[in-house]
Ligand binder design. Structure first.
Ligand SMILES: [Fe+2]
Length: 231
C-alpha cells in the first residue's frame, strides 16, 4: 500500500514538492496540497506545461482547491474521472483535483474532502482575473457531501479517518486566529458551512491549510503550511 503525505498552500510555487524527491516515493504514493495550489492560474499553455512537469514527479500529486485558484481554468482543463472510490478532476500530467463533497479511499483510509474558502483580500482583487466567486463553500457543497455519505455508508458505519479542507470550521476560528496572529478574525460563510460537517459524521483527524501556520490545534484538528504530514 502506498503512503499519503499532506502539505499546506503552495500558491503556485512547486519548489516544496520537489523537496520530496529524495524520499523514495512512487506513483503509488499520494501527496496532497491542502488548497491554494495556484499552479492553474495563468494561460492554458503555460499551465499545461507546468502540470506536465509536475507529472514527472515520482509520486501522484493531488490537491484540494483553495480560495486562490483560477476556477474557470481548472474547469476548462480537467475531466472528471473515478479515482480512489470518488469523483475527481484529472488534469494534464495526471494531477488530481479532489472535489468538494467527495469521500475517497486513499491508501486504506477513508478521506472526506471539501476545498474552498473566502478571500479576506478580495476587495483588492479583480473578478475572473485574480478572484473567483466559486471560492466560497456553499450549502450545495455540504449537501453533496451529505448525499455521498448516505450513498456510501449505512448510518452506523459512517466514520471518516480524516477530513481534508482548505479552511477550518467556524468553531476553530478563535484558536487558529490566535496561533496565526490574526487580530479580529471574523467568521466567513465558508467556515460556517464547514462547521456543518461536524454534525454529519464522526471524524478522527481533520487537516487544513489557508492560515499559513504549521500547528496541531488539538487531538482532531491540525493546520499545515510548509510542513509535511504523513497520514
Ligand atoms: Fe487560502
Amino acid at each position: 500500500m502506498g503512503r499519503t503525505i499532506l502539505t499546506g498552500d503552495i500558491h503556485g510555487d512547486p519548489i516544496r514538492l520537489y523537496s520530496l524527491e529524495d524520499r523514495g516515493l512512487t506513483k503509488e504514493d499520494v501527496v496532497i496540497v491542502l488548497g491554494d495550489f495556484g499552479i492553474i492560474w495563468q494561460d492554458k499553455k503555460a499551465t499545461t506545461k507546468m502540470l506536465e512537469l509536475l507529472g514527472d514527479l515520482s509520486f501522484t500529486l493531488a490537491f484540494v482547491d483553495g480560495n486562490h485558484e483560477n476556477f474557470n481554468l481548472i474547469e476548462e482543463m480537467e475531466k472528471t474521472i473515478f479515482w480512489n472510490d470518488g469523483a475527481a478532476g484529472l488534469l494534464p500530467g495526471g494531477i488530481i483535483h479532489l472535489y468538494r463533497g467527495q469521500i475517497y479511499k486513499i491508501n486504506g483510509k477513508t478521506v472526506g474532502v471539501c476545498g474552498g474558502a473566502n478571500s479576506v483580500d478580495k476587495a483588492w482583487r479583480q473578478p475572473k482575473i485574480s478572484w473567483w466567486e466559486e471560492e466560497e463553500i456553499t450549502y450545495k457543497d455540504i449537501e453533496a457531501f451529505r448525499i455521498n455519505l448516505n450513498d456510501k455508508y449505512a448510518e452506523k458505519e459512517r466514520k471518516l479517518d480524516m477530513m481534508l479542507t482548505h479552511d477550518c470550521p467556524s468553531s476553530l476560528i478563535p484558536l487558529v486566529a490566535l496561533y496565526s496572529g490574526v487580530n479580529g478574525a471574523t467568521i466567513s460563510n465558508s467556515q460556517r458551512q464547514l462547521e456543518k460537517i461536524l454534525d454529519l459524521v464522526p471524524i478522527d483527524k481533520w487537516y487544513f491549510g489557508h492560515w499559513h501556520i504549521d500547528k496541531k490545534l488539538n487531538d482532531k484538528f491540525e493546520c499545515l503550511y510548509r510542513g509535511f504530514k504523513e497520514v
